[in-house]
Ligand binder design. Sequence first.
Ligand code: FES
Length: 83
Amino acid sequence: MVEIIVCVGSSCHLKGSYDVIQRLEELVAEHEAEDLVDLSGSFCLGSCGKGVTVRVGEAVYPDVLPDDVDRFFAECVKPRLGV
Ligand code: FES
């Protein structure tokens, strides 16, 4: 199980947390990986940056933008899923 936490704190919310979560949910479904991913939201993860902060396992990515979620998923999530 891969834990993905998307920050919904005020800074990240303004940069598109909701859109990031929605696209991640779509990508997880497209890869039929619902049973492999635990996707949730969190208040400020303490890494406010240029984009939305997303934690995948212990790795923190502070600059995920809504139009960059597909690349992020392919590079940072998919390899952990083995799909
Ligand atoms: S509000 Fe998202 S890391 Fe601070």
